[in-house]
Design a protein around this ligand. Sequence first.
Ligand SMILES: Nc1ncnc2c1ncn2[C@@H]1O[C@H](COP(=O)(O)OP(=O)(O)OP(=O)(O)O)[C@@H](O)[C@H]1O
Ligand code: SF4
Ligand SMILES: [Mg+2]
Length: 374
Amino acid sequence: MAETADRAESTRTGEVRSDILLEVRDLHVHFHTQLGLVRALNGVSFSIPRGKVLGVVGESGCGKTITGLAIMQLVPHPGRIVSGQVLFRETPDSPPVDLLTYDRHGPEMRAIRGNKISMIFQEPMTSLNPCYTIGDQIMEAILLHQTPDRVEARARTIQILRRVGMPNPEHVFSSFPHQLSGGMRQRAMIAMALSCTPDLLIADEPTTALDVTTEAQILDLMRELQAEIGMSIMFVTHNLGVVAQMCDEVVVMYLGKVVERAPVDDIFYAPRHPYTVALLRSIPRLGSGRKEPLEVIQGSIPDPYAVVPGCPFHPRCPRFITDLCDFIAPEETVIDGSPQHTVRCHLYPGSTPPRVTVDGGAAADAPTAVDGRG
Ligand SMILES: Nc1ncnc2c1ncn2[C@@H]1O[C@H](COP(=O)(O)OP(=O)(O)OP(=O)(O)O)[C@@H](O)[C@H]1O
Ligand code: SF4
Ligand SMILES: [Mg+2]
């Protein structure tokens, strides 16, 4: 397939399109635990366009947080990035650099982390240090990356706290995390992440712990700041309503793999992967009958230590093809010739690799095309 050949070529040469800020290629992260090996990321690939918001969705444990942490080289012990590339192209004119070639504790990575790429973590209370004031924690990044002048750093910190809508920023500057409400802590995390106007913000469930009013305010604020600074956002969430509101493109993950990637409208109006279809059917829709029960995705996510042969979704898939889906892993293929919409599913032409015979030749028996909608 031409697309696959192009991809292979660009992987070899390290080319990244100029409108792409960051491209993750074939990323594998493993956790070696006492109970066995967890393949948390099993060949994740996607790209984040410059100045756009990419949503990352999928059930708990599919690898959303670990993907964000791997980009920042912050995968916790006993996790390990086994292979892959994280290609960062700071400006359209600069060459891409593979962040994974940098030492995770080295000066290059420190210059990127919290400065060019920053992250709002899933748990604000565990990410803010309870022993330091909010002001000291935000100022730390400004002093490290922007100015050594403490007076100026303090003024910038108060300015960014005001910008994220924090009431009485001078008072909050000297407060400790436990003295703030959940919404204020979340705003403090956002202020910290935005303090150095990053090129990329990785927001991991930034509003899950908040009430709906505060959530709406924080989302408005992030959109506003995103347009103002022109940064890209990787927005990790379980909430498909938030995806519709915030995102330009969406990546759907399942068991450490990207199974579908498309512009946001295609995900909602023309989803192709059976898992994406099931996810969408499991959320309430306006206009559906009040007594209509919500559909649930049948079965449950396999044990993280299990190795599922073939398509990882096959034990739960309503469209499962016997002797194919349970044996052969589908490859990424494009939908209707558009490289913007890709899917990993045997229902679509180009997803089934040619079967290799004993003498090394290809036995052409890929399934015929079917309409996989709904
Ligand atoms: N410290 C760890 N030790 C062992 N396995 C881990 C560890 N951290 C994560 N994992 C495994 O990595 C996989 C991906 O986890 P991750 O936290 O990225 O999921 P997630 O998609 O962010 O889920 P959630 O929606 O619940 O936040 C899971 O199978 C998880 O069990
Ligand atoms: S490859 Fe097969 S099992 Fe996997 S999602 Fe497609 S139809 Fe379902
Ligand atoms: Mg997570």
